[in-house]
Design a binder for this molecule. Structure first.
Ligand code: 2HA
Ligand code: ZN
Length: 271
């Protein structure tokens, strides 16, 4: 492994690995990361030096990538890697990649040339989200995709397959949803995993928000760091859990009233 970008020897990268290990263990323990499910990316541009010469690195083509990502560096999960393995095997689960200046592809900086290790299958979605974040000068740099059971279940139900109804049920189940995510969640209609279509549906639904639900598939969350990104998911997953706990008890949850939500907005300064 090229030494400069090692998650073992580089202090900055090691620190990221520690944080990523912690959060991916949570995802696994929550039951949201079966097999190789889920993936993540963090924009680390400026935190580790970019290489000047690229001949020693493997390059993979990119279908589509925003101009504002040219030359930027990211940590991403490797396609097919198990999130639960990151804590014990950083070298076969995480990549450091740099987007080529001409956007023709991305270089893999931490793996020997020839070792076929590509970025996550959902890289198109991750890149589009990062492009959108940079375009709006957002401080957010950490994107997580995972499969929270009860949010996926909600997105399977006719009743909740639109943004307004999904937000209404989630806001109603717990006051923290309104506190933590006053703009609510997005809703991206079903598209094939890994596709550019899904990436476009993702940014279409994520505008102005921190998290979106992929119909019948999972969520994509963007936070200032991986912990915030996780917290957004955890907050709405709890709301979905509460909804189903009531249903399993044979009851229809009452939900918070409009007046109660308004009161929260006033108390927490939500605009
Ligand atoms: O990384 O979750 O959506 C595997 C997936 C694809
Ligand atoms: Zn997925």
């Amino acid at each position: 492994m090229p030494k400069q970008y090692s998650f073992k020897t580089d202090k900055v990268l090691k620190r990221y690995w520690e944080d990523i290990s912690e959060v991916t263990q949570y995802l696994w323990q929550k039951g949201w990361a079966e097999r190789n499910a889920g993936n993540l990316s963090i924009d680390i541009t400026g935190e580790v030096a970019a290489p000047k010469e690229f001949s020693q690195y493997m390059k993979y083509p990119l279908q589509k990538c925003g101009k504002n990502l040219a030359g930027r560096l990211f940590i991403t999960t490797i396609t097919g890697a198990r999130l639960r393995d990151i804590a014990k095997d950083r070298e076969n689960t995480l990549l450091v990649v740099m987007i080529a200046k001409d956007l023709s592809g991305y270089y893999v900086l931490n793996v020997k040339k020839g070792a076929a290790k590509k970025a996550t299958s959902e890289f198109p979605s991750h890149l589009m989200v990062h492009g959108m974040l940079r375009a709006s000068n957002s401080p957010k740099r950490a994107v997580i995709h995972t499969h929270p059971n009860n949010l996926i279940a909600l997105s399977q139900m006719k009743e909740f397959k639109n943004e307004a109804k999904l937000n209404a049920v989630l806001f109603g189940m717990h006051p923290e949803v309104r506190v933590v995510l006053p703009k609510g969640v997005g809703f991206a209609p079903y598209r094939c995993p890994g596709s550019l279509d899904l990436a476009e549906a993702t940014i279409g639904s994520l505008k102005g928000k921190s998290i979106t639900v992929w119909e019948k598939h999972g969520v994509v969350s963007a936070g200032v760091d991986i912990f915030e990104s996780f917290d957004f998911i955890d907050t709405i997953a709890k709301a979905a859990d509460i909804y189903f706990l009531c249903k399993m008890a044979g009851e229809e949850p009452e939900g918070l009233s409009g007046a109660q939500l308004k009161e929260i907005d006033g108390a927490f300064g939500n605009s």
